[in-house]
Design a protein around this ligand. Sequence first.
Ligand code: BGC
Length: 460
Amino acid sequence: MTQRRVLRFPEGFLWGTASSSHQCEGGNTNNQWYRWEQQGRILSGEQCGAGANWWQAAEQDFERAEQMENNALRLSLEWSRVEPAEGRWESAAVDRYRAMLADLRRRGMKPLVTLHHFTEPLWFADRGGFAREANIRYFVRYVSYVVTALRDLCDFWLTINEPNVYAMEGYLLGAYPPGEQKLLRAFRVLRNLMQAHVEAFYAIRRIQPQAEIGYCPHYRLFDPANALSPLDCAVAGIHDTYFSWALLQAGESGRFTFPLNMMVAPLRGAAGARDYHGVNYYTRELVRFDPGAPAELFGRRFMQPGVMHNDVGLDNSFGEIYAEGLYRVLKAVYQRTRGNRPLYITENGFNDALDDRRPRAILEHLAAVHRALSDGIPVRGYFHWTLVDNFEWNNGWQARFGLIEIDPRTQERIPRRSASMFGEICRANAITEGIVERYAPEIAETIFGAEATTERGLTV
Ligand code: BGC
């Protein structure tokens, strides 16, 4: 009998999907992204509207996740529902979240709850949001309120999603609200978000000592267009450092990388203020030195020609599908933090409306995770972005990340092939040869070739 090949994941590995309130709930009209939409800033001109209708019926999608045998699910709370006006707490909103979390637990899915995923109440945004350090206390007060109200249902928290994307897109590139383009302000916002994370961490720790608490940067790789060109290497290194790694360094040591540390104050109490490292990973870009691009720090970014890639999106932001990058990021996070905490992949996904690349992409990325595990990197879970198509920020409905397709006009769901494949992987807690043969036979050798050719388990 020929031996079947398999990449088995550790027992207790978390399998789930990730999502956010504004993108899924629908009807959020009291946050700064709704105002952005009203100002006509969504590139497709579309409206979030009912989103994926989660405020009314998230449970129906939770059931779909349960059928895929997911044992975890990441979602976020909408601050603007919980505290619609400064100091006014909406207990009905908390009750709705209680129902969602209770439902997840009944279905055997561990909730990972994000406390800030790009949106905030208008009243907070209008006071200057995270550009003003004095506003951090409002965030910490909200966090304390919801953690107290939900602590019997959740003990796994993610304070702030992608502080680097929020700061850069909103304050440097001007592509997200509030649409500013000010370098110094962007770094101040980044710093304040990290300080807010630290303070939220200690607030949660006090309320719920056993909680697992972290945050998740967006790790994007920037490689030199020509690895032999010192200038390309230098500009790629600058992008890499300031977009991805400066944040992690600040989270670990409290100090930002030079010269950011000359522009922003160090963090207070950062060391030790996380129980895991969250990793959001999507893509990499190549960077070529260009003296004519001072606004891009003299580095022209582009996607390597001829590679498998995402549907690029209206803003061209979704590029190469590069699985090796996930391995590189996991390894770099592990090394830069000297293995001090476990890692969770809190987001990884693909914009692929036709679902003709996603099955292969998921398999390749999970094989990269398995390789990291084989190296002894303690990865504890994988949250795929995302369960059902949802409102993709500036791209509106024109970017499709869901395992399950949605028609936003009718709310009809059509599972993509990827959904059944993901279900099979979660059920098996493994990538089996049968799964690869069914969904992407062309990559069987690359998936199993380099590594485990026989049945093998991993414990981390
Ligand atoms: C964000 C998600 C977004 C995803 C795909 C991440 O940067 O956290 O909200 O939908 O990327 O663009």
